[in-house]
Design a protein around this ligand. Structure first.
Ligand code: NAD
Length: 343
């Protein structure tokens, strides 16, 4: 049965590696219980594609995403060394996915931090991540000096900050914190702050805005995270802060991520392929389920996204059905079935 307003929405599904196919089965079960809002085009990626004799990022997968403009992605294994480039980075570049959205929200009560509800926007294509790096050899030492350059462009900074402000307005968020290091990196990070402050003026009266230096921000997030609401920052700072923020709600297993571009959006579990538990049927599908929730929001099905999140909360908190990483005994599918009953 179609659950979309005009029937199921075409979307690419990449089960990925390790626990990926197991948690994807759990996600499918829950979404089917909600009336199957997406019509999946299942495609290979990562080592699963290599095992099938293809590139880690096959052309058919790229073509599918180009067609559907929407993808849900399980974790992909990136072998260390051996010339493999991260498929995640390749996807970001290929589809110019400029905004990385990482919401964190308390689900399990009684943890170190209660009632956390934050969203981080990370610039996804620029900063120090552009990877302009080289060595300068001195006196026969080929690695005597290592250099890296960072790049921020006005266009690149503007689009992610504007996306964060628009998200804040749409989702009735109150405050945005611009996170930077403009006191030291006066040009690279200074541009980020300058653009952020200019955009903030356009939203005066609608969104409260302040700015924080990255080091102080990292400290304040563990001292008093409730003073924050939405945070927007450059690539490297966002990489670090998003993991710190996942720690506030119990770790990466409960945190979803979205990579947003003009022509495509890719939603993912932020944890890896968990090779230590792969094939055992015990992985926690929540991260990928929450990513599916972000995908529902993205296609303007906030009703279904809200229902999905409420179902996850009810299964964990009221029914006390949990996978091992959350202190329970349920298998991936038992846990998914408990959520399916609630949605
Ligand atoms: P990992 O996230 O796979 O695992 C870290 C720990 O968390 C492990 O003990 C694992 O069992 C546990 N864990 C992860 N997901 C879980 C889940 N859903 N349920 C229960 N426990 C879970 O990190 P890693 O071991 O450093 O990386 C493994 C592989 O994944 C590497 O090849 C890495 O490159 C890749 N990776 C991919 C992504 C991605 O595709 N987005 C992200 C991170 C790492």
């Amino acid at each position: 049965m179609a659950a979309g307003k005009t029937g199921p929405i075409d979307a690419t599904l990449i089960p990925g590696d390790g626990v990926g196919p197991e948690i994807v089965e759990g996600v499918k079960l829950v979404l089917d219980a909600m009336g199957s809002p997406f019509a999946w085009d299942v495609q290979l990626g990562g080592m699963a594609a290599v095992a099938a004799g293809q590139d880690q990022l096959p052309q058919a997968t790229l073509d599918s995403i180009r067609r559907t403009r929407l993808a849900l992605k399980g974790p992909l294994t990136t072998p260390i060394g051996g010339g493999f480039r991260s498929v995640n980075v390749r996807l970001r570049e290929e589809f110019q996915l400029y905004a990385n959205v990482r919401p964190v929200r308390t689900i399990i009560p009684g943890q170190r931090f209660e009632n956390i509800d934050l969203v981080l926007f990370r610039e996804n294509l620029e900063g120090f991540y552009v990877g302009f790096e080289h060595y300068i050899p001195v006196d026969g030492d080929p690695h005597a000096v290592a250099m890296a350059s960072g790049v921020n462009s006005r266009i690149g900074v503007e689009r992610v900050i504007r996306y964060a402000f628009e998200y804040a307005v749409k989702n009735k968020r109150k405050k945005i914190t611009i996170v930077h290091k403009a006191n030291v990196l006066k040009i690279l990070s200074g541009l980020f702050l300058e653009v952020g402050q200019a955009i903030a003026k356009e939203y005066e009266g609608r969104i409260e805005v302040n700015d924080r230096i990255i080091d102080a921000c990292a400290m304040l997030l563990v001292l008093d995270p409730w003073q924050f609401d939405v945070l927007v920052t450059s690539n490297m700072f966002g990489d670090i802060l998003s993991d710190e923020m996942a720690g506030l709600v119990g770790g990466l297993g409960l945190a979803p991520g979205a990579n947003i571009g003009k022509d495509a959006a890719i939603f993912e579990a932020v944890h890896g392929s968990a090779p230590d538990i792969a094939g055992k049927g015990i992985a926690n599908p929540v991260s990928l389920l929450l990513a599916a929730g972000l995908m529902l929001e993205h296609v303007d099905r906030l009703d279904l996204a809200t229902k999905l999140r409420a179902g996850i909360d009810a299964a964990i908190v009221q029914d006390n059905v949990r996978t091992r990483d959350m202190g329970g005994k349920a298998s991936t599918m038992e846990f998914a079935q408990a959520i399916a009953k609630r949605v």
